[in-house]
Write a protein that binds this ligand. Structure first.
Ligand code: ADP
Ligand code: MG
Length: 587
């Protein structure tokens, strides 16, 4: 299984406008894997660009980030500060847009634009290295390793490159020693913490009757310091665990006390509804009178659970086999490599050579001459190649392509797509490829997310979506795709997407969907799992829904495509009840 490089979770983005709040992206989730292309496909206005801009942190000022997380490199891009973001944006995550002119400076020679981008990357690495240093310094300061710290400072403050490499090599060893110290220190601290938490539990939580809240609160406060000491310095966010546990316990202790004061009211409620215990009360009363109805024992149980969870967590930390080698590898990754990168200052000759190399890689003929030309001297396709070269100059891990070929002629379009595919393989890039044209992605995508009205309505592998589409909107997109062989007339999707100021209550596609059920106008369908790789949000997948066949044109196309491609379609696509199975399989 490929490594997950980017994870979008329940992203919700709206925009403030004079006419109200535009709900542009309404709770989407997807994963991007190393070396794979995820295509996001949908009509204009479905929220594709807003999604990509959110990842890059370049949303317009009237945005409202309502909810969600964008996890990259262990950080939530929606939460990190501007400073950290500039290390990521355009460096680790690069983007190419529909209009190459908008990303090029019209009055700067393309060669200079390329080398500028490289200097920018060098600067970013330097900043990142410095951030890593201060992080490491604080760890080492905690464990009192002065020598390593001093060496660290020397390493970064002006040495000749030769010396530096020697120092860095030796430094790795010293670092290893420092880590050994801190790792065993941590184990000890964790064991100590475990004992303290167990003592805390045994002293106060053996029975509800013997719990002295005041004493428990005092002892709880005493746990704070050992808790802080015990969490691993480099790999988790200690504050979360400490804060959550402390706040939870304090709140529960207070609620426990309050619950004791409501005994009479609780008794009255039980009598009024002739209930034996609180769980027999009508649900609406239970939710309305929450504070009153829960007896102290419920809070007591919750506290015991919280303590047990913490103990489990400590055990997990004690048992994680986070070997020193992994630790050193991580350090090398974020620190050592960045130091070398930032120290290896490029001469202008080196920068030019690298730029010409990049121009060659993206297929620009005669790069030595082209280096000195302005963007207007390039054709649309060649301009897009320059934009791609600039995007690649920082060696990004993720490349976001937002309709990169929409403005180009069909033949040029095919060449650019081929180039992106080639670079993906050569550089093991992870790509988010955005387009309104499903036809474009058949040969590009590994995974496809079909977007409609700010939501993902179908999500699956390229085979799932092309050979076993389940959402009527995906059917409509497939049906409106011009057939390259037959050039047959396309069925344009009737109607227009909904107004995102007031998205419909039910399925947003219902008004345009001739397969719409009554349910579609009433509620939004959940995401039904068709297989572990394939999901669709349509009521048609509900067990109560009538059996509906995909439109003729789509079925015909699948049949034809199977005929042509039967050897390349993976067998797993042949799922139970799939269109493929109904057609007799892919054998
Ligand atoms: N800054 C903004 N202010 C108000 N509405 C916006 C803004 N940016 C995007 N939108 C709206 O968000 C929705 C999604 O837009 P977008 O992501 O650009 O669509 P597409 O899928 O075509 O890329 C559209 O309804 C668009 O009008
Ligand atoms: Mg767009």
């Amino acid at each position: 299984m490929a490594e997950k490089v980017l994870e979008v979770k329940n992203l919700r983005i709206s925009f403030r406008t004079n006419s109200g709040t535009v709900k542009a992206v309404r709770g989407i989730s997807f994963d991007l894997y190393k070396g794979r292309t995820l295509a996001i496909v949908g009509e204009s206005g479905s929220g594709k660009s807003v999604t990509s801009k959110a990842i890059l942190g370049i949303l317009a000022n009237n945005k409202i980030v309502e909810d969600g997380q964008i996890i990259f490199d262990g950080k939530d891009l929606l939460k990190i500060d501007e400073e950290t973001f500039t290390h990521i944006r355009g460096v680790k995550i690069s983007m190419i847009f529909q209009d190459p002119l908008s990303s090029l400076n019209p009055i700067m020679k393309v060669g200079k634009q390329l080398t500028e981008a490289m200097y920018l990357k060098a600067k970013a690495s330097k900043r990142e290295a410095h951030a890593a240093i201060s992080k490491l310094n604080s760890v080492l300061a905690r464990y009192g390793d002065k020598t390593t710290m001093q060496l660290l400072h020397k390493t970064v403050s002006g040495m000749t490159k030769q010396d530096e490499i020697i120092v860095l090599d030796g430094f790795i060893d010293l670092f290893r020693q420092a880590c050994e110290g801190s790792l065993s220190y941590q184990d000890e601290a964790l064991r100590n913490l475990k004992t303290l938490v167990e003592e805390f539990k045994n002293k106060h939580f053996t029975s509800e009757e013997s719990l002295d809240v005041k004493l428990a609160k005092q002892d709880l406060a005493k746990l704070k310091k050992p808790l802080k000491n015990a969490v691993y310095p480099l790999d988790i966010e200690p504050d979360d665990i400490i804060e959550v546990f402390m706040v939870l316990m304090t709140t529960l202790l207070t609620k426990f006390v309050n619950a004791g004061k409501h005994t009479e009211e609780r008794q009255k409620l039980l009598e009024k509804y002739q209930a034996n215990d609180v769980f027999d009360l009508p649900p609406e009363i239970r939710s309305k009178e929450r504070e009153v109805i829960l007896p102290p024992s419920a809070y007591f149980a919750q506290m015991v659970k919280a303590i047990d969870e913490l103990l489990n967590h400590i055990d997990e930390l004690l048992n994680t086999d986070k070997s020193l080698d992994t630790f050193v590898d991580e350090f090398k990754h974020t620190y050592y490599e960045n130091i070398i990168q930032s120290k290896t200052t490029m001469t202008s000759k080196e920068a030019k050579d690298r730029a010409i190399e990049l121009m060659t890689e993206v297929g620009i003929p005669d790069p030595e001459r082209r280096f000195y030309q302005y963007p207007f001297e390039f054709s649309g396709g060649m301009r897009q190649r320059i934009v791609i070269a600039i995007a690649l100059s920082s060696n990004p891990e993720v490349l976001i392509c937002d309709e990169p070929t929409t403005a180009l002629d069909v033949t040029i379009q095919a060449q650019i797509l081929e180039l992106i595919n080639k670079l993906k393989v050569q550089k093991n890039l992870s790509i988010i490829f955005i387009t309104h044209d499903l036809g474009v992605v058949a040969n590009m995508a590994d995974d496809i997310a079909v977007m409609y009205a700010g939501k993902i309505v179908e999500y699956g592998s390229v085979y799932d979506v092309f050979y076993d589409p389940r959402h009527p909107y995906t059917w409509a997109l497939l049906g409106s795709m011009p057939d390259l062989d037959t050039k047959e007339k396309l069925d344009a999707i009737p109607g227009t997407p909904p107004n995102m100021l007031l998205p419909p209550r039910g399925d947003a596609f219902a008004d345009r969907n001739k397969y719409a059920l009554k349910m579609d106008y009433e509620a939004q369908p959940k995401f039904y799992e068709i297989s572990p790789t394939h999901y669709a949000a349509t009521w048609l997948l509900d067990e109560r829904a009538p059996d509906v066949e995909a439109p003729k044109i789509v079925v015909e196309r699948i049949k034809n495509a199977i005929k042509v491609n039967k050897d390349t379609i993976p067998t797993y696509t042949l799922k139970k009840n799939s269109i493929l199975e109904r057609l007799g399989g892919n054998k």
